[in-house]
Design a protein around this ligand. Structure first.
Ligand SMILES: Cc1cc2nc3c(=O)[nH]c(=O)nc-3n(C[C@H](O)[C@H](O)[C@H](O)COP(=O)(O)OP(=O)(O)OC[C@H]3O[C@@H](n4cnc5c(N)ncnc54)[C@H](O)[C@@H]3O)c2cc1C
Length: 407
């Protein structure tokens, strides 16, 4: 087990500098352009692949750090550059988390590299859980997976919605799909499936126009008689059959396909929100020192200076929660008080508040597109919604601290 420390080691400092350089020199200069275009920023992903930032080796290295802090640091630095572009680059890791959470070691070794491809042959991945009637209420999935014994194949049917990287076919895209094998068992009857790139029957439905993170592709994924080999069931059939049998007998089961993925990824999502909040705080601080009104810099007014003091305090507190949860998750500590949820909830809400405060500090300049703060505010809002809304995070924490299954 690794001790919790706020002193970053040499490796972490080097990676932080490397990623910050990419965010500053490559991501931020084109952030407004891709926000306006609302398209996947292929040249930036290609550049990230060229330097090795977008690769399974790098992600394995970030995940592998025994302190658990490297990936949150990377996520914060990238989102400091731009959250939409970061999600276009890191959206693949949602699919990876789905594989790692439920797959066997052999499946992880086979499918994770397939999510990234190589610098010359880019691949992407997506994690498809949500449906129009199953967002917060994941137990209500309608997408069905049925087993065809004659061919040893699973057949998937349904429509997923709001899926990051969903249905992209410009490059080979692997989808991890969570589907109901037994609808009566609700979430305990779910399983995760790898749908390899190019599988017949999977297509993109509506592509959504969004308020923020507009460089990140969000779309419906339509599954029409999608057939995948038996080996694409993550965790394997024996394990699933045993789990379903336990659930039918009324025994409790700890593993729920989608929930275990979300638990692992929440601190990372919090770290992304933190990157936006920090960008807004730094920008507003500089602006407040520069901007003059009534013959003095606006920061010389307590109303402005205290706002900045609060922004910094909340950002630092959010980082402590994110790092704690990441360290706990990596070191096998049980989240007894919903610490993963706390980190995502707090960082998401801090990002919304900090970006709004930044607009206020910039005044009229904050409301127009000459400055990036209005975009950061639009981008920040998703962090109180996806990967579990703020209300759902509060539910997780409330249940954890009370031991009561609050509805
Ligand atoms: C840009 C974007 C990207 C996304 N990417 C993905 C992805 O890659 N993969 C994926 O599977 N999904 C993805 N999602 C879906 C996302 O996870 C869901 O939108 C989210 O979980 C909320 O579900 P919902 O939209 O159905 O809201 P609803 O569940 O309808 O909730 C609506 C409101 O009711 C509140 N509410 C619901 N139940 C309760 C309760 N019990 N107590 C208190 N309040 C409650 C919610 O907090 C919310 O405020 C994405 C969404 C967006 C917008």
């Amino acid at each position: 087990m690794s001790d919790f420390s706020l002193d970053l080691n040499e490796d972490q400092l080097q990676i932080k500098d490397w990623v910050h350089g990419f965010a500053k020199d490559v991501i931020r200069p084109v952030a407004a352009e891709w926000d306006e275009r609302e398209e996947t920023p292929w040249p930036v992903i290609e550049e990230a692949a060229k330097i090795g930032l977008y690769s399974w080796e790098s992600v394995a290295n970030f995940f592998g750090d025994p302190t658990g802090l490297t990936f949150p640091i990377v996520s914060e630095e990238m989102c400091w550059g731009d959250a939409g572009i970061t999600l276009a680059i890191l959206g693949t890791t949602l699919g990876v988390s789905g594989i790692v959470a439920s797959g066997t070691p052999e499946q992880i070794a086979e499918w994770v590299p397939e999510c990234f491809g190589t610098a010359d042959d880019l691949h992407l991945a997506a994690f498809a859980v949500s449906e129009s009637d199953a967002g917060s209420d994941v137990s209500n999935l309608r997408t069905r997976a049925t087993f065809d014994e004659a061919t040893d194949e699973w057949v998937l049917n349904g429509v997923k919605t709001w899926i990051t990287n969903g249905g992209i076919d410009k490059v080979p895209t692997l989808h991890v799909v969570v589907a109901a094998v037994d609808t009566e068992l609700k979430a305990r009857g779910h399983a995760s499936f790898v749908v390899p790139p190019g599988t017949k029957g999977l297509s993109m439905g509506q592509k959504f126009k969004k308020m923020g993170i507009r460089a990140s592709h969000t779309a419906e994924v339509v599954l029409h008689d999608v057939r995948v080999p038996g080996r694409c069931l993550l965790g394997g059939k024996d394990k699933l059959d045993a789990r379903l049998a336990r659930a039918r007998e009324g025994q409790s089961s700890k593993v729920q396909a989608a929930m275990s993925t979300f638990e692992a990824s929440r601190p990372l999502v919090g770290a992304q929100a933190l990157g936006i909040a920090r960008a807004a705080y730094e920008y507003a601080l500089e602006y407040a020192k520069d901007r003059k009104a009534f013959g003095r810099a606006i920061i010389e007014n307590q109303a402005i200076a205290f706002k900045l003091a609060d922004m910094r305090m909340h950002i630092d507190a959010a980082r402590l929660l994110v790092w704690r949860a990441s360290w706990m998750g990596r070191n096998g500590k049980e989240f007894t008080a919903g610490e993963g949820s706390m980190s995502k909830l707090y960082a998401g809400e801090v990002a919304v508040r900090a970006t709004e405060d930044a607009i206020q500090i910039l005044g009229g300049a904050g409301y127009v597109k000459d400055h990036p703060v209005e975009q950061w505010h639009r981008d920040s809002k998703i962090y109180t919604i996806f990967e579990g809304t703020s209300e759902i995070q509060r539910l997780v924490i409330a249940r954890a601290i009370s031991g009561i299954r609050i509805p």
